[in-house]
Design a protein around this ligand. Structure first.
Ligand SMILES: Nc1ncnc2c1ncn2[C@@H]1O[C@H](COP(=O)(O)OP(=O)(O)OP(=O)(O)O)[C@@H](O)[C@H]1O
Length: 312
């Protein structure tokens, strides 16, 4: 199957001479949820704007569902729905009118059945005759998605879909996006909420200073780069780690009450369980007692922070 997006050696220098993107290669498969992560100013918006035909590339090629974004602009653009962060000022339009109008902007003939399907899938059908101004924040966000889906795009870009919304609404949005994927739509989202990427994405791309520094299946990423920590609470504080325990990656907290053992999630299978058993045996032999223990696995956020820090 044709990939949803194919980006080849893409670079962008703004008129100021600033190089916002550098030799980007990226393939986004049809039907996946792809999260693009990156710190402020990394180049996410520039990349998306080029793919959507809003900003001209300096170098390189982009294909959307097989269509070149420059030589086949219209075909490429028609495949894409873009959900911006903010509602524009159509406060006094009805839901039905504003969504139908969006379809017209792409030169598509009216199709009330399609608009009805979109509104029903986003539970907006009962609100179709409401003016936007009367809708809740969650409903307004759904209207943005409905507008972006009005011309039947195969690919949906969500720019910070849950920026500044409360936890409940965020979970509701995640549900909406998952349902969209079930209908075969490819979803590309940018987010600052790493929890969001962790929750939803099939694959994750990290962009930093205009370069793609990593593209990986989410589960594989968390297995490969994730770390586990075992913390042992010591009732009697230790002054220092005894040399007999030097073979393990151990740290002692300042107050001497917590001994922290760090190991890779990728090794956390039989071997490392053996490692923990050995460690506990050696602690006993060294006369070190603990009253409590707990484990913690690094989140995508920890992985992201350490990736970006490595490149500072
Ligand atoms: N029109 C422009 N002219 C000059 N520089 C620009 C222009 N637009 C963006 N930039 C610069 O390009 C870099 C990338 O910006 P971009 O908006 O793509 O980042 P981003 O990853 O989307 O950031 P954020 O998360 O803050 O939205 C930034 O340093 C920005 O200042």
């Amino acid at each position: 199957m044709e990939p949803a997006i194919r980006v080849n050696q893409l670079s962008k220098s703004y008129a100021s001479g600033f190089k916002a993107l550098q030799d980007i290669d990226l393939t986004i498969e049809s039907g996946e949820i792809f999260a693009l992560l990156g710190p402020n100013g990394a180049g996410k918006t520039t990349l998306i704007s080029i793919i959507c035909g809003l900003v001209n590339p300096t170098q390189g090629q982009v294909q959307v569902a097989g269509h070149d974004i420059v030589t086949e602009y219209r075909a490429a653009r028609s495949k894409i729905g873009l959900v911006p962060q903010e509602l524009t000022n159509e406060a006094f339009e009805t839901v039905w009118a504003t969504v139908s109008f969006s379809r017209g902007l792409f030169g598509c003939p009216p199709d009330p059945d399609h608009i009805e399907r979109v509104l029903r899938s986003l539970t907006l059908w009962d609100k179709r005759n409401n003016k936007l101004i009367t809708l809740s924040g969650g409903m307004k966000r759904r209207v943005l998605i409905a507008k972006a889906l009005a011309h039947e795009p195969q690919i949906l870009f969500l720019d910070e879909p849950t920026a500044g919304v409360d936890v409940e609404l965020r979970r509701e949005m995640w549900q909406v996006v998952r349902q969209l994927r079930e209908t075969g739509v490819t979803v590309i989202l940018t987010t600052h909420y790493i929890e969001e990427a962790e929750e939803m994405a099939d694959r994750i791309g990290v962009i930093h200073r205009g370069e793609i520094v990593l593209v990986e299946d989410k589960h594989r990423l968390m297995r490969q780069l994730g770390r586990k920590q075992l913390s042992l609470h010591l009732p009697s504080p230790l002054q220092r780690i005894p040399p007999s325990l030097n073979g393990h990656q151990l740290e002692l907290t300042e107050d001497g009450h917590e001994l922290i053992y760090t190991y890779d999630v990728a090794d956390a299978s039989a071997d490392e369980c053996g490692g923990i058993a050995t460690l506990l045996g050696e602690l006993r032999d060294a006369g070190i007692h603990f009253t409590d223990l707990n484990t913690r696995q690094s989140s995508l956020e920890d992985i992201f922070v350490s990736l970006v820090r490595e490149r500072q």
